[in-house]
Write a protein of this length. Structure first.
Length: 265
């Protein structure tokens, strides 16, 4: 009897498994039972699902914050790189403008330097560049901009040099009229604006507005033929031995960043 109590349920179970496998008659019953117990399964599994959802939300938020911080960092780096590219492009443009200037420069006859500071007081007009005696620069060398004569080195240190620009009242540059060769001497004016006076031009000389004066080799102080200034005013004043002539410097310094130092002096 005990054997039948154990064997009968096992036999019935095996029969139902084979019967269901062959004919699938219990599918409807299985689906009905599954539908009946599904709310119970949902309630039982809810704590686990809730814990998983909360954990995922926390992880997603941290991940989003990390991703956002990383993207902001990359964006900042890209902006800096673009700024560097723009700065390099502008610097390259300025250098090209300097080296492709209106005057001819012989190969290996110059040194390019960057302007570090500009003094524009009424009585002192000079610039400081980032090269000095360590770069073989010397007092007396001439500085040029992309358009013409800028000035002359007057002080030097191992790493810097001071250039007295042409519009300083103590700076004299031998010049000549590019149109007819009339020679004179330019001198800076003691005022805040940059202007040059032309000295020693004989009365009634052929000087016209917009005439260009270039440097002269007279006295071997400056090389010959580099643009210095353009005539803005010319007249013969009473009781004056020479004409009164003013020039506007061709090489302005308000937007100048690089200069050329001639090495052949």
């Amino acid at each position: 009897m005990y054997f039948l109590k154990i064997f009968t349920p096992i036999a019935i179970a095996i029969f139902l498994i084979i019967f269901d496998y062959k004919f699938s008659y219990l599918n409807n019953l299985r689906q009905s039972v599954a539908a009946l117990i599904s709310p119970i399964y949902l309630v039982v599994s809810l704590p686990s699902k809730l814990y998983t959802w909360i954990n995922e939300q926390g992880t997603s938020k941290d991940q989003l914050l990390n991703d956002n911080q990383s993207l902001n960092s990359e964006l900042l780096k890209l902006k800096v790189r673009f700024q560097q590219v723009d700065a390099l492009a502008l610097e390259n443009k300025k250098l090209n403008s300097l080296l492709e200037s209106s005057y001819a420069l012989q190969k290996n006859s110059f040194t390019v330097a960057r302007i570090e500071s500009v003094a524009r007081s009424r009585l002192k007009k000079q610039i400081v560049i980032n090269k000095g005696s360590n770069d073989n620069l010397k007092v007396g060398q001439v500085a040029l901009g992309s358009n013409g004569v800028l000035g002359q080195i007057t002080q030097i240190t191992p790493i810097n040099a001071s250039i007295l620009i042409a519009s300083d009242p103590t700076q004299f540059v031998p010049i000549k009229n590019a149109r007819n060769g009339i020679q004179g001497m330019s001198q800076g004016v003691a005022e805040n604006k940059h202007q040059l006076l032309v000295k020693f031009i004989e009365p009634d000389s052929d000087i016209k507005i917009n005439d260009v004066f270039v440097s002269s080799a007279l006295g071997s102080k400056f090389p010959n033929g580099y643009p210095v200034g353009r005539v803005t005013h010319a007249e013969q004043r009473k009781n004056e031995s020479f004409m009164y002539i003013t020039l506007e410097p061709i090489q302005q310094i308000h937007n100048l960043e690089f200069v050329v130092i001639l090495n052949n002096l």
